[in-house]
Design a protein around this ligand. Structure first.
Ligand code: GLC
Ligand code: MG
Length: 252
């Protein structure tokens, strides 16, 4: 068995919030721990959560300690249990990013409701935006931000969360940064997700992708428009879907 790098989103992908029966999560944790110890597999969590919200989830559900944590939609990478974000990744994101300018432009748009302070990060400005307003507002916002020459991208997830982050960051680019550090090729990398902010994990189409059975419409629509045999749509939800996908690709 060759080693692999396992990258997963947390909410509604690894973790099912609708049950306290975490049987499948426990099985997956056991398998991953085994492959890490025996074959040097690497485990990465890639989430939109801030450090604060990640610690809350880790206190609530049984999560094994990852080899790297990708937080705040890929704008922060924590290696080997470090408490401070990786400096070389932060340096890459710094170029062309202007947080103050983003705040200035967004403050004029009433439909954008700021998320809690804990979710406002050095390289991430986040809002709640109702679906009904989203198309119009996203277009307007994009035009305004581009006009100012800001090097940013908008990520809209779960019909409510809007993240504004540097153009050269997202979960997918953070995953590639780690892949290069650890020297895993795309074929040895598996990525799992359920919603809009996970699309970046799947875009190159070279990694082995698992979309869990409970995926949100925005990800399913994107998947249908960008099909590849390297991506597997699981029938089962959350951890059970991940186990199904890992078997499909022959990793387990
Ligand atoms: C998490 C974060 C939030 C973000 C969302 C989508 O819920 O806490 O800030 O908007 O993920 O990326
Ligand atoms: Mg999710």
């Amino acid at each position: 068995m060759s080693k692999f790098m396992f990258v997963t989103d947390l909410d509604n992908t690894l973790v099912n919030h609708n049950t306290s029966n975490d049987h499948d999560l426990k099985i997956l944790n056991q398998q991953l721990t085994h492959y890490r110890t025996e074959f040097g597999a690497k485990i990465v969590y890639a989430t939109g959560r801030s450090p604060k919200l990640y610690s809350e989830l880790a206190a609530e559900k049984q999560l094994i300690t990852p080899d790297a944590l990708v937080l705040s939609v890929g704008t922060e990478i924590y290696l080997d249990g470090d408490n401070t974000p990786d400096k070389s990744w932060a340096e890459i994101l710094q170029t062309g990013w202007n947080r103050e300018k983003v705040i200035q432009i967004t403050s004029g748009i009433a439909e954008l409701k700021p998320q809690p302070d804990s979710e406002q990060r050095a390289f991430k400005v986040s809002f709640f935006l109702e679906k009904g307003d989203s198309e119009k507002i996203l277009q307007k916002l994009d035009t305004e931000l581009q006009k100012c020459g800001l090097n940013i991208k908008l990520i809209y997830s779960s019909e409510i969360d809007l993240d504004i982050i540097p153009q050269n960051s997202d979960k997918g680019q953070a995953m590639k940064f780690l892949r290069q550090q650890w020297k895993f090729v795309a074929e040895q990398t598996v990525v799992c997700g359920d919603s809009g902010n996970d699309i970046a994990l799947f875009t190159s189409g070279d990694e082995r992708g698992i979309i869990v059975g409970n995926a949100r419409p925005e990800l399913l629509e994107w998947h249908n428009e960008n099909p590849t045999e390297n991506r597997y749509l699981a029938k089962n939800i959350c951890s059970a879907g991940i186990l199904e996908g890992l078997k499909h690709f022959g990793f387990l």
